[in-house]
Structure formats: C-alpha cells, structure tokens
Ligand binder design. Structure first.
Ligand code: CP
Length: 345
C-alpha cells in the first residue's frame, strides 16, 4: 500500500479505514519498532510538530506521543485546557478563558503538522458522543490531520497497540483466534466505553472469533455492535455476546477484562450514575481470577491500563506469567509512530 493514500487523513476510529490501510499502519509500526530496538535512525517526521490537547489525565498516551515524535525527528507540544484557553463549541463560550474551536484548530494548524485530542467523561458532562463531536469539530477546521487520543466512543490508538501486541504473541495472522472483551467490576462508574468499543471493532476487522461478555445492562453502543457484526462477517471472523464471564473465557486465546459504564438509553446521552452504581454493585463477581484464566486456552491477559486491581483483576493474574500489559503499553509508542509516519509523513 502506498503511504500517499493515508497522508493527511484524520484518525478518529478504525471504522474510517479499510483493513489494508490499518495493516499498513501496523506493518509500519512493526518496522519502526525493529529500528528502535536496533537504534537505527528513523526521523521520518523531521522537524514536524504535533499539538496535543489533553482535557483528561494520561500516563501512556501523553508519553508515547511525546517520545514517539522525538524519535521520528519531530516534537510534541503538551497543551492543557485551562492552561491554554479552553477550546469551546459555538454557543459554549462562557468566560474570557474559552476560545472557539474553529479558531483554535485553524491557529494550531498554521503552526504544526497534526493536532491530537483526548476528551471524554467529566469535561463533556458525561454526555455520550460529545467528546467525539468535539474532535470532529477540530477536524472540520484543521487543515492538518486530527488524531483521536481517546474520546467517549473510540480509542483507536489503544486498538492499534493491542492488535500489534497480539500479533507479536500469537502470530501476524490473528484469523480465528478467540478474543474476549469482558466487562469487569470497578469501584468507580466513571469508565468510558471507548476501549471496549474499539477493541471489538479491531478484533473483528482482524478476523478474530470475538466474544463480548458483560452483565445485563452494560450493552455497548448499538451502532458499534452492528459495525462489529458487519466487520466479523466481512473478514471471516465471528462475533457473539455473552452474559456469562466463565462461559465466555472458555478456550480464549486473549482475555481483556475491563470496566465500562452504562450506555445511556433514555435519549439524553447523559450517563445515569445511580443506575450505573446499582449495576456495578450487583456484579462484583465479574473479576478476572486465576480460576477464570484456567478456563481459557492458556490465554494472554490484556488491559489498556490503568487497571483497578482487586476489582477488575486479581494481583495474581495481572502480575502473572500470562499478563502482557507492559508489552501492550510499550506498543503504544510503536503503534502510534506507525500511524503518524503514514498520516503525517
Ligand atoms: N491506556 C491509556 O490510554 O492510558 P493513559 O490513560 O495513561 O493514556
């Protein structure tokens, strides 16, 4: 695949890309990782600037983009709403400290080569879809690519790192391998849907045998479920939903147990915190234990991190021999370098 097909494109979700285009990003990521390990120079974005706007906290995303841009010969600026003027949608300007997104996007685009944004949850009033809308508003005005560093619907960079890690562990061709995205209990209901939604999309695109497991009341976005079903069919994989964690773990090659919150169903888009708390507290037994791991086909344990230990997963599993969480986090660096090299190069 020629990189020219990807140059200048935004990166909101895998759903905007063909499998060939995603494979090109992954192949580039593996190649750049080999160069990184051998200490071979790979300054393919020499002198370029990535502007990063973080409305939420981050360890992995911020540091992997910053280190990645340095290694590619460029630089990443860290911008925090509140420290810069807070980018606002039309009608949202409420104070001297806000600035219209149309102006922020156009100004940053004049000074750099891409804009990356993280926004979900509290800064959006837990209004499902608003983070994604804000990122797309940036893209409407920016003449340089806009990269989603996690919004309330998608975390496409995490998905790239996850698939890259699975390829390293299970082989490049993931066709038919059983991937289980499972809900797991957390003491906090402030858990976006972006990671599980991107995980099922990406595993289905790679032709995996995908099971989504969760208690009743924790359904993902129906649009994402339909897209996952379509991708599984198109790519020779499978997709099913289970409400039984033990049953879903049987014969799995990969398990990815993680909390996510209740999808709003009343049309308001706003998370119902009381309902979420009630569903969470009724399902404390959804924890990834060694007993559950024993049901699998010697599966690898994955998590995007940060994990809620002793709630989502026992220490024995997360620190055990089948846990690949550190490789997964490390691959954020390489996966995003592969994506940026093609979109910005
Ligand atoms: N997985 C992930 O996105 O980590 P951070 O929140 O630390 O960026």
């Amino acid at each position: 695949m020629s990189s020219t097909t990807l140059r200048g494109r935004d990166f909101f979700t895998w759903l905007d890309f063909t499998r060939d285009e995603i494979e090109a990003m992954l192949d580039t990521a593996h190649d750049l990782k080999r160069k990184f390990i051998r200490r071979e120079p790979h300054r393919v974005l020499d002198g370029q600037t990535l502007h990063m706007l973080f409305y939420n906290s981050s360890l992995r995303t911020r540091n992997s983009f910053e280190a990645g841009m340095t290694q590619l010969g460029g630089h990443a600026h860290f911008l925090q709403p509140g420290a810069v003027y807070t980018p606002a949608l039309k009608g949202e300007e409420v104070a001297y400290s806000t600035e219209r997104i149309s102006d922020v996007a156009r100004v940053l685009a004049e000074m750099g080569d891409a804009i990356a944004i993280r926004i979900y949850g509290k800064p959006t009033g837990w209004l499902y879809g608003k983070g994604d809308l804000i990122i797309r508003e940036f893209a409407k005005w920016s003449k340089v690519p806009v990269i989603n560093m996690e919004d309330d619907m998608y975390h496409p960079c995490q998905a790239l790192a996850d698939v890259m890690t699975m390829q390293e562990k299970l082989g490049h061709n993931l066709q038919g391998k059983k991937f289980v995205m499972s809900w797991a209990y957390s003491g906090s209901v402030a858990k976006p849907l972006a990671v599980p939604q991107s995980a099922v999309i990406s595993a289905a695109m790679m032709g995996m045998d995908v099971t989504l497991a969760h208690p009743e009341g924790l359904d993902l976005d129906p649009k994402i479920l339909q897209a996952t079903q379509d991708l599984a069919k198109k790519n020779g994989g499978a997709f099913k939903i289970s409400h039984d964690m033990d049953e879903s773990f049987k014969d799995a090659h990969i398990v990815y147990p993680k909390a996510w919150t209740v999808q709003p169903t009343d049309g308001s888009g706003i998370m119902d915190e009381a309902k979420a708390k009630s569903v969470f507290e009724a399902n404390k037994h959804w924890i990834c234990t060694q007993e559950k791991m024993a049901l699998t086909n010697d599966a690898y344990y994955m998590h995007c991190l940060p994990a809620d230990r002793d709630m989502e997963v026992t220490e024995e599993v997360i620190d055990g021999p089948n846990s690949i969480i550190i490789e997964e986090a490390a691959n954020r660096l390489h996966a995003q370098k592969g994506m940026m090299a093609l979109l910005m190069g």
